[in-house]
Write a new protein. Structure first.
Length: 273
């Protein structure tokens, strides 16, 4: 996948300050692919490890495309929340076959973009800042490296939603407050995404410093393969510094330092070392 957008700063000397943003502005940087195009609805049952699915008519997909395979039924993954639903991002290996896992699901083609952003600072004032510093939605094969986000009162520093294969490394994300309420502030937030790596990062918040969860915007994919390595996460209010919601599996925190509190792990087959 070729990179669609590249933004490279000069390190600490490249500063983007949001003091002139309108209060409640959505994000400093917002990158979003076109998202999903529904391909087919099926009630066919699949066996684990099955490699191919035959559409009722030739699908408009090509080798290398990402498709979403998901079950839109409320609670289909977990009884904890209605929007915890089964699903998988899959890469098309050939126009005749692609890997599938679940049952009773909808196929959708994902029109994603590839982003590369590195070596700059994003700064905000507590009373006048964007909701997100970096907003990634429907992105694939993307990197965020050496980006520092000092967001006084934002909701999310780095937000990765419905994306596949994203690497975040050597970043700092700090949220000192969330509009004065001290709740729901996420320096690093991953939602309904798969194969996301967070390495050698530092995050600090009055709430969870890093959280993996999601919402109800289709395709609602289970978080899978979201892993944080050798990072430091701090909750200044003593909330769980590291967080995994109930719609996660095969995710984890490895060799991380947690300050203020520990780690909460929902879902299945997750690891905290």
């Amino acid at each position: 996948c070729s990179t669609d957008i590249k933004i490279h700063g000069d390190g600490s000397s490249s500063v983007i300050n949001t003091r002139n943003f309108a209060v409640g502005a959505y994000s400093v940087f917002r990158f979003s692919g076109a998202g999903k195009t529904d391909l087919e609805t099926t009630t066919v049952l699949f066996n684990a490890g099955q490699k191919g699915y035959t559409f009722s008519s030739p699908p408009s997909v090509s080798v290398g495309d990402v498709i979403a395979f998901y079950d839109p039924t409320d609670y289909s993954y977990s009884a904890e929340r209605a929007y915890y639903k089964r699903g998988e991002f899959l890469t098309v290996n050939s126009v005749l076959g692609n890997t599938v896992y679940q049952s009773g699901s909808i196929f959708a083609k994902m029109d994603m973009i590839s982003i590369e952003i590195e070596s700059l600072n994003i700064e905000a004032e507590p009373d006048n800042c964007a909701k997100y510093g970096l907003y990634f939605a429907s992105c694939r094969s993307s990197t965020i490296k050496n980006v520092n986000i000092l967001d006084g009162a934002g909701y999310g520093g780095i937000f990765i939603s419905r994306s596949y294969d994203v690497r975040v490394s050597q970043c700092i994300a700090v949220i000192s407050d969330y509009l004065g309420t001290n709740v729901n502030a996420y320096p690093i937030l991953v939602a309904n995404s798969q194969e996301v790596g967070v390495d050698q990062c530092t995050a600090e918040s009055p709430w969870h410093a890093m959280s993996v969860g999601g919402g109800s915007t289709a395709p609602v994919i289970v978080n899978r393969g979201v892993v944080a390595n050798n990072s430091t996460f701090t909750s200044v209010q003593g909330i769980f510094a590291a967080d995994l919601h109930g719609n996660t599996e095969h995710c984890g925190y490895y060799g991380c330092t947690l300050k203020g509190s520990g780690c909460t792990t929902g879902g299945d087959y997750n690891t905290f070392i």
